[in-house]
Design a protein around this ligand. Sequence first.
Ligand SMILES: Cc1ncc(COP(=O)(O)O)c(C=O)c1O
Length: 386
Amino acid sequence: MKFEFIEDFLKEAKKNDNFRTLRNIVPFSARKCIADGRRCLNFSSNDYLGLSNHPDVIAESTKWVNKYGAGSGASRLVTGTIDAYENLENEIAEWKGAEAALIFGSGFLANSGMIPALAGHGTEVFADKLNHASLNAGCRLSDGDFKRFRHNDLGHLEKLLEKSAGSSRKLIVDETIFSMDGDMSDVEGLQKIAQKYDAILYLDDAHGSGLFGARGEGLANPSACDIAMGTFSKALGSYGAYAACSKELRDYFINSCGSFIYSTALPPAVCGAISAALKIVQSPESSEIRTALQKKAAKLRSSLQELGFDTGESSSHIIPVVLGSSETTMKVSKFFYENNILVTGIRPPTVPAGKARVRITVNAIHTEEDMALLIKKFKEIKEKIS
Ligand SMILES: Cc1ncc(COP(=O)(O)O)c(C=O)c1O
């Protein structure tokens, strides 16, 4: 059957250079892959520490699949929970310095489940304008009244809270590091505001987990917020997500969060990978790797700025090069691809109209030569597009 609205949607996306296609990829490491038949240096992966290929992660994942099987059978409330999963949650809680932790199938499931569980009818939900789509999905799925404050503008957040309708419950939803901009929120400021207005503070630390803090515990400290959510799908190299919170909140989510209750538990192979990655990120060697990674990112950022590129407010390993139009963005992304470098173009609706960009992610295994090559190619493309 043919539907006009689908045809119109696809036509419009193509007309605006916003039509997306799936690229074929053969991954070798966080650094190298074959993309659509071309061997490329990868500057687009979120595998920031290269753990997806770490031998300990693969070995532990294999051990768990051999011991527990390929699937977990059902939701943990239906078939019960393997003791290894509960031990893993205790390890996560310890890592985060929280009373308890709960594992979710993915970051998207965690955000789209916990937020509606917290924001029932009559709740006002205050969210940063640039929050990730999964957080927005959670806000929209909730029965709460969804309000957005200007990006990283805590003054605007306070204004909205002051004007608040006197609701019995308030929820602030924010990220620690913004996935498409690489800038950071003011966690301390958010904590103060949440306390002042008696609001629940929910922080998504997907891009901070494993990369910040003395033991890689991230930027969302459970003593500063009520729910520190993070993922295992980025720096921790595999898949899944966690909430670090109080024991009471954990019980609450087990009893009220649809994406936990009605979704099959993560497969054992993934939990084994998470378990090994957690040990690695807490090691002293990882601490040195984290410091070196941020230094490498800072150097790249200043080189790009010297070339006249707009890297926004980035202060992390995620560096956007904001180019404006989708057309220029895709031209730049194609140029890099033709030079065997994967630098993905990010277009609306993922980012606001007029703010299309290529998003560079620096990881621990990029070499000095990789960084020099990337800068050299940016120099070349600058001349072509200016
Ligand atoms: C800030 C943020 N939250 C949540 C998610 C979703 O996590 P996952 O990929 O594990 O579903 C992402 C992934 O891109 C993200 O960037």
